[in-house]
Design a protein around this ligand. Sequence first.
Ligand code: ADP
Length: 242
Amino acid sequence: MREQGLAADDPVLRLDRVGLSYGPENDVLSDVSLSLAPGSLTFLTGPSGAGKSTLLKLAYLGLRPTAGRVSIFGVDTTRLSRRELAPLRRRVGVVFQEFRLLDHLSAYENVALPLRVAGAQERTYREDVVELLTWVGLGDRLEARPATLSGGEKQRVAIARAVVVKPNLILADEPTGNVDEEMGDRLFRLFRELNKRLGTTILIATHDMALVRKAKSDVLRLADGMVMRVPASALAAKEEPA
Ligand code: ADP
């Protein structure tokens, strides 16, 4: 049963006493333990330079820890080769602050790219891609190149691209960093909808505390190389006047 993948109560992502240093005297994470339950939506906060991006890189298996263990979908990744990591990575969607769209491709082609790369035939996915772009509010901009889109529109294309492969886990690194507050709220609603409708587990790294407070989700706070979990209820309590 366990070899089949995730058991119902396995965390989607689990870090056990993880350390990461980029070199001597460059310890970014010293002792990080955390777990994300299936279907949860969690924020990762902490000051700039605290190691949020580093932690996300460990989570999408783009970086190996220098100490401790990273498990994803119930699989301990410590001893896996790059080839063995590949199918696990395909179940993770990543959204970056700076969008990372390909400029010479249209919105439609950018979203379709992960499927094309995986060898799918266009007739099997065209409708899904159009539907996803419609969901993010860009059904009338299918042929637009990224250069002609606003920051919020680019980020919506990037979200659609992350979602198109139907990932079990979405990691977003400062996804609202390059847009105004109203668009930030709108982007967050997309993540929330994905989480509610499809049960996708979502981790959003952000220093946008206004968004975090509005969202009423659990928070993992990263400071001094360690992570502390702050439940949504504790955040809400802090907001109450004394
Ligand atoms: P955050 O996302 O919270 O701003 P980062 O994970 O980007 O933090 O960076 C944490 C620290 O690690 C910073 O001091 C940064 O300079 C350093 N760092 C990040 N990536 C590298 C790297 N590839 N090589 C060396 N140092 C790095």
